[in-house]
Ligand binder design. Sequence first.
Ligand code: ADE
Length: 418
Amino acid sequence: MNSDIKDKTLASKGKLRIEWANQNMPVLNLIKERFAKDKPLKGVRLAACLHVTTETASLMRTLKEGGGEVALCASNPLSTQDDVAASLVCDYDIPVYAICGEDSETYYKHINQVLDLKPNITMDDGADLVSTLHTKRTEDAGQVWAGTEETTTGVIRLKSMARDKVLKFPVIAVNDAETKHFFDNRYGTGQSTLDGIIRATNRLLAGTTFVVAGYGWCGRGLATRAQGMGASVVVTEIDPLKALEAAMDGFRVLPMADAASLGDFFCTVTGNKHVIRKEHFELMKDGAIVANSGHFNVEIDLEGLEKIALAKRKMRECVTEYKLPGNRRINILAEGRLVNLASAEGHPSSVMDMSFANQALAAEWVAQNHKTLEKKVYVVPVEIDKQISNLKLKSMGIKIDVLTPEQERYLAGWQEGT
Ligand code: ADE
């Protein structure tokens, strides 16, 4: 079996970590058991470009149990857990092309190796497979039934491709499923981003000012969790509705130009580029800590920072200190890449359980329905979303009420008034 990973001797450590994560993925495990019996993906070739983590390992095993032929590469050069890659190759016979810290050339070589599988289904976290199939490997787009997309950033890009009528195959926006973004983006990003910042710096959050750029689902989660750790949270936004929501959720809302001089910590979660740039670095306090938890490493203008910096040095594993005129130091975490995956382990398994249940069931749905799909962006069918929330509740031992026949009639009718 072909693969390109760092070190096969890491497999035993990876196997235990995969087992540990898997203990907290009850919904995906139920799907895996059914897939093992029904084989809904028999003969289907699936290429996945996802963060190579313990949770992704559980998804890959589920797809394989379903009869799929799978291959995996990384969706970010710094997020690969090399022990997990080794275990997938050595213990589960799943081809992986991913090495933590790989350079850009290797990253794209790995994407191409996964696409050599000639997939029927692509599974993306950031649209890199779809993008390569629309630019450099257009000849391979024809055999793709559909793709699935995990992130807000990727879905925005895919919707603009569909609007411009350049999308060559259908895509399922897994991110837009309610059992995905309400939980993964909010609670997953909230916890894992703080985890990444704390592991990188070992600094106390209580009593500090924490600036969150962006108040989408990820920003909401991060702001709430940072507040919970005792920080005074400032939110920056460009969307008036989201800014209003942040204000009414109790956060101080400011333009970045005003927040820059106040923050001890800054974290971007906007999906946009150069949200923190030269004019902001020039205002920051000595020792400010700046991180990004958005998908691409474009949110912090590092080139702008390099231009005004007098010197830089690596202070800790994921901390680079930039010395600025006036004896000020700015600390950038994880080179401005996704801090939750580069400096911690990504979202915890319990929340990825729902995200990856959506991925697995979306793949099954594509296998069943691809002949009738158009070249556009689809939402995950609501029945799948409902099924996942019911299974997750059940796994948590939570029971809910059911409508009485009288209540059903009341909700369905319009005659009954005050
Ligand atoms: N994205 C965020 N956290 C993740 C995780 N633990 N595994 C895979 N993708 C992720």
